[in-house]
Write a protein that binds this ligand. Sequence first.
Ligand SMILES: [Zn+2]
Length: 345
Amino acid sequence: MPLRERYSRGLHEIADGVWAWLQPDGSWGLSNAGLVVDGEASMLVDTLFDVPLTQAMLDAMRRATRAADALDVVVNTHANGDHCWGNQLCEGSRIVASRRAAQEMLRLDPKLVAKLAKVSQLGVRTGALGRRLGALLSRVGVRKLGAVLEGSDLLARAFGRFDFGSVRLTPPTETFDEHLQLRVGDTAVDLHEVGPAHTTSDVIVHVDSRGVVFTGDILFVDAHPIVWEGPVSNWIAACDRILEANATVIVPGHGPLAEASDVRRTQTYLRYLYDEAKARHAAGMSATEAARDISLQDFRDWREAERVVVNVRSIYRELSGGGPAGDEVVELFALMAAHAREHAG
Ligand SMILES: [Zn+2]
């Protein structure tokens, strides 16, 4: 069966002693993970967004192989919660991430996201009225609550299905810069830091002897990527690193198992969006207007088109001389929600 069609929730053996855990449809928070085994030794690539989801994954892995009973190493590809908020179930294992990803993990409190998810449910119940109230609150300076209400439909869609109440931030026990080679039994596994791109630091996990690369969120398949950090040029170069790995199986951070053509299409998207945004930046158009103005027809089969709002803002920030991402995440969700509503149906 072609790789892409093996897209059902659960564990898929993709090479000798290598599994991917897939979560269709790969939209907000529904991330993929992986398991590498050699003899009794095992490595988990990423935990999931909450404790019940991660527990279900670990249970399935333990049914598939005894080597997963006690995981030797857990690697977090980056700091987004959907790749590390299940870490607490792996206490006692070595937990490895890049130094900058480990720092970024401390920035967002799961309890805050749990509250956000709750308030957004209220916003959904109040519908358009809640959004108007949100816009008003934003205008009079209660920006955060206003943004939550304005973005409530998207926030509820993105976070409403998860159980953040029991997440306890569990940071890595070991960090590295640029490159680290780990061993799972006799199998070499290379961690390459290719960010900042999607976040402040993104890592790809290459198991050369088994022909597998786990890309983290450098690759979204059938969906718009989201450039929280940039620069876009790093992301394009990161895609080249994935292609150079020449893997038989590419496991994306979200979406079905990928092929080289999916990686190249992501590069095409990033180049296109960068050029289109640059022209509008030069013409004095605002980032919000530019996101509305740029045609996404060539990518109309991709989900989460609202991410173009964040992507154009990141490119604008890059064009005006960089600096770290300053927008509050909830405000970005309010902008994306407005964009999604405009383009619905
Ligand atoms: Zn993700």
